[in-house]
Design a protein around this ligand. Sequence first.
Ligand SMILES: NC(=O)c1ccc[n+]([C@@H]2O[C@H](COP(=O)([O-])OP(=O)(O)OC[C@H]3O[C@@H](n4cnc5c(N)ncnc54)[C@H](O)[C@@H]3O)[C@@H](O)[C@H]2O)c1
Ligand SMILES: O=C(O)[C@H](O)CO
Length: 388
Amino acid sequence: MAMAKPISIEVWNPSGKYRVVSTKSMPGMRWIRLLTDNDCRLEICTEPKTILSVDDILALIGDRCDGVIGQLTEDWGEVLFSALKRAGGTAFSNMAVGYNNVDVEAANRNGIAVGNTPGVLTETTAELAASLTLAAARRIVEADQFMRAGLYDGWLPHLFVGNLLKGQTVGVIGAGRIGSAYARMMIEGFKMNLIYYDLYQATRLEKFVTAYGEFLKANGEQPVTWKRAATMEDVLREADVISLHPVLDKTTYHLINPERLAIMKKEAILVNASRGPVIDEAALVEHLKANPMFRVGLDVFEDEPYMKPGLADMKNAVVVPHIASASKWTREGMSTLAALNVLGKIKGYPVWGNPNQVEPFLNENATPPPACPSIVNAKQLGLPSAKL
Ligand SMILES: NC(=O)c1ccc[n+]([C@@H]2O[C@H](COP(=O)([O-])OP(=O)(O)OC[C@H]3O[C@@H](n4cnc5c(N)ncnc54)[C@H](O)[C@@H]3O)[C@@H](O)[C@H]2O)c1
Ligand SMILES: O=C(O)[C@H](O)CO
């Protein structure tokens, strides 16, 4: 194997007993303090390139490394997990809730715990999906470009007419933490009706819509309604706005394909703040070309950082660079949870019993519980669970 080239790092607490590597600088200082106050020597990669290769990360792991905090842009598979094991490591955490970039079976084979950061980005991500929905419905980006180009010469009845959301149907595919938060925003904020598809029943979401519908009715307004669809196709046929929030795995790869695009309403809005490959993006570009009233809001792309040819030219697409979780509070929280996953495993702490209730780890003014907030392969590795 070729010798990995040296890579630039910033070192915190050089005499710390445990060597922890972070492949990127992350927001906030609390995660750094938590590691350095707990006897970790922290090495943060300061390489200017955005996406590190497997060789870059091998060089960072080196001969001795207890744990790594990594990013969703990195390919964590057998090569990296076996290198981490050889270096004496036992812990890895993605700084992300999604971990489709991680081969969890390879981690299991090498006895490495895999952490993720659920819960702390739910509302922030749902708010961005809601923003994309509004931007697409009301043609905000097109209108902004029109203003800046000096083309506005007075109010006109037909100027940038878009879609009214009130009373329309919002379709959610993947009604987990983020999908449910998004649904609530659209229902409560814009009085939309809900149709959703998930492998599991979203009982709390259903109860919320029922209660809100009753509240509206009691106030003499049209109540909102909900429906759990038997098939994804039912959502695609019925909804005016469809937002995608499932995990990316083999059941959701190219979930939106030419056949499914064809059954959607011609003036529907499609939003994706989950993972790019959930949509067949080349097929989407063709659909956008053929259906100028169909609009899309995308935070994620099939071949990030690239867009499929033609997408950038489409006026009916709003595109942003994977920023759905980018609020200061969330990004600092993600850094904290990722650091605590790695620290907790190194210290031999148990795994927190409920990864949806991570607030106790986020309080700036309190010592976090002695536990790993979220380890996705805890069961496979037989890790003990913390009593809540
Ligand atoms: N764009 C971003 O910056 C950003 C930010 C956060 C999360 N995400 C993505 O969003 C995903 C969801 O996050 P979450 O915290 O809501 O996770 P979650 O586990 O709470 O929700 C995912 C939901 O998808 C459902 N699901 C799984 N397979 C399905 C299928 N085949 N069809 C329909 N539903 C299916 C699950 O049952 C679950 O309810 C993450 O895995 C991540 O990839 C993206
Ligand atoms: O999965 C995630 O957490 C996002 O894509 C980044 O916030």
